[in-house]
Design a protein around this ligand. Structure first.
Ligand code: B12
Ligand code: SF4
Length: 498
């Protein structure tokens, strides 16, 4: 029996979907993986959400031999997934259509409108049970972790299943090109070695981003753990903590042997890979002893430069020293805001300004590690004073560092989404906020304060005091006002800043 697994997002690194595929394969089911990223069309612009007619037709031809059609959905790609899913359901009314992934988990009610079954939360076991039940023609309605539409149109809502504690149980993610299809030059094409290389290439622009030695970089992205101890009000973990309450320990880690085994296997088959990205929510959330043993084995078996995402509350000089010795060359740390008010009352992040600053001083002792600090912009709940505090905070951090900034997006299922809905900042029906914030990086406009944030890591320490005067809340308020902001934008444009 064959299952089509479809990702309509801009990325081809969907760890969750690739894990589901390998779990099904290891249980003797066949899969076909489709990565339908419009970005891989060499610059073709396909408009807002849709795909050209040929793509729909090619997809329909390629999945004729599949018994189940399954989508992995991110909220930002909800509309693309819905268009494809509705089309395929019309073409193949007899085939079961399933939605899983983060959007299906946080917003099952908008997902069930476009499929027969929604899978909530981690999906390996659920997908396997569904596949087995379809194969054996058994009823599906009691499977844990699903919402299912009955023939009468009633939706049965089952509880999520307990969290799998032994992540080593799952095979490595599926990167086999032999059953993989991607959009290339405006057509869905079968995977080839060349396409695989293209998928993993980072392009020359990312050389500087990660501080790499060569412009020929091929990145392999993986996760060594699942979960995060925090529940920040804008993050998926906020929702996960709610649905998984009483379902087992949330932060789980794979064993070092399992992680190293995966990296050995992928680099053996693709020896051009020369950079590893660990995308765990917080790589250093694990004890020092784990980091120590991991670094020893990584250095002796893999020995490639790598990046990871860290939390300022869990790092220490010892951990960074070990990781740096093992090949750590780039880190990303969430600051999000320098205002304690925003951290506490809006983002609900555990934030200790003193500790954060102390740790940035410690990180400065590792100059070869490229540092990125995440900042959330365009937050309607922030005042000019809060923004000025972020700028001041950034000014006081040791340089150099880079800023990775994103507009605040109210993702469904989060506490901040509920607040924004209550305050009429978003509209449930048309959901324009989400729609126009595709990719989460739409900057409605460049503003005075954003330019100061952007320049924070680049301002030489001698100019710090001048920079701080420019960050006075009064000046931010003045230069952000309607007419003055327009004049300011015009000046920036004529100077080539915009
Ligand atoms: C790694 C990562 C990335 C990577 C890779 C993403 C990719 N698509 O390959 C990069 C850096 C590229 C990235 C980019 C972005 N990301 Co990101 N990313 C993550 C991160 C940290 C981990 C994802 C992961 O692998 N989790 C672990 C696996 C095991 O979980 P999973 O993916 O959810 O998969 C499980 C289940 O969902 C389910 N499942 C998944 N698919 C399917 C399909 C079926 C059929 C079934 C049955 C089940 C199922 O089973 C899987 C295995 O158990 C998450 C945060 C998080 N902790 O999850 C954010 C997260 C997914 N990212 C997010 C966002 C917003 C983005 C960006 C839009 C940001 C940007 N500014 O560009 C982009 C766009 C992503 C895209 N797909 O296009 C949001 C998404 C929120 C939402 N509601 O959609 C998250 C949740 C973070 C957050 N803000 O809360 N991201
Ligand atoms: S620390 Fe990061 S990953 Fe964890 S809940 Fe907060 S934003 Fe999400």
């Amino acid at each position: 029996m064959k299952i089509a697994l479809i990702d309509p997002s801009h990325y081809t690194t969907n760890y969750g979907l690739r894990c589901i595929s390998s779990y099904l394969l290891s249980n003797h089911f066949e899969t076909k993986l489709f990565f339908l990223s419009p970005d891989l069309t060499d610059g073709m612009n396909w408009g807002d959400w849709g795909y050209p007619q040929e793509i729909y037709e090619e997809l329909a031809r390629l999945i004729t031999d599949c018994d189940i059609i399954a989508f992995s959905v991110f909220s930002s790609y909800y509309h693309s997934a819905a268009a494809l899913s509705d089309f395929l359901k019309r073409e193949f009314p007899e085939k079961l259509v399933i939605w899983g992934g983060i959007h299906a988990t946080v917003s099952p009610d908008t997902s069930i409108l476009h499929c027969d079954i929604v899978c909530l939360g981690e999906g390996e076991e659920t997908m396997l049970e569904i596949a087995k039940a379809v194969k054996n023609k058994e009823p599906l309605r009691d499977i844990m972790g699903i919402w299912i539409k009955t023939e009468e149109g009633v939706v049965i809502k089952n509880d999520v299943r307990p969290l799998e504690q032994n992540l080593d149980k799952y095979p490595y993610q599926d990167y086999d090109i032999n059953h993989m299809f991607i959009i290339k030059d405006a057509h869905i094409r079968p995977g080839t070695e060349k396409i695989m290389k293209d998928l993993l290439t980072m392009g020359s622009t990312l050389q500087h981003y990660f501080g790499l030695k060569t412009s020929e970089n091929y990145q392999y992205l993986t996760m060594t753990s699942r979960g995060c101890p925090n529940h920040c009000a804008y993050c998926c973990n906020n929702h996960y903590h709610k649905i998984y309450k009483g379902k087992g320990t949330f932060l789980r880690t794979r064993s070092i042997e399992h992680i190293i085994g995966e990296l050995e296997e992928i680099t053996r088959h693709n020896n051009f890979i020369n950079f590893i990205s660990f995308f765990d929510d917080d790589f250093t959330a694990r004890p020092l002893e784990f980091i120590k043993q991991f670094c020893e084995q990584y250095k002796s078996s893999i020995n490639l430069p790598f990046k990871c995402n860290l939390n300022a509350n869990t790092i220490s000089r010892e951990k960074i020293s070990l990781l740096s010795e093992a090949g750590l060359i780039s880190i990303e740390i969430g600051l999000q805001s320098g205002s304690e008010n925003v951290q506490k009352n809006c983002y609900k992040r555990p934030f200790n300004a003193k500790l954060f600053k102390k740790n940035t001083q410690m990180l400065a002792e590792f100059p070869h590690i490229v540092k990125y600090y995440d900042i959330i912009l365009d937050n309607p709940y922030e005042s000019e004073l809060d923004i000025a505090k972020t700028i001041t905070f950034l000014a006081e951090m040791p340089k150099p560092y880079n800023i990775s900034s994103f507009s605040l997006t109210f993702f469904p299922g989060t506490e901040l989404y509920a607040r924004a809905l209550n305050d009429s900042l978003i509209d449930l029906k048309s959901d324009p906020y989400l729609k126009f914030k595709r990719n989460n990086i739409l900057y409605p406009e460049k503003s005075y304060s954003k330019i100061l944030i952007y320049l924070a890591g680049r301002t030489p320490p001698v100019l710090k005091h001048g920079y701080l005067i420019l960050a006075h809340p009064w000046l931010i308020r003045l230069l952000s006002q309607g007419r003055i902001n327009t004049i300011f934008q015009k000046i920036l444009k004529t100077r080539g800043f915009l």
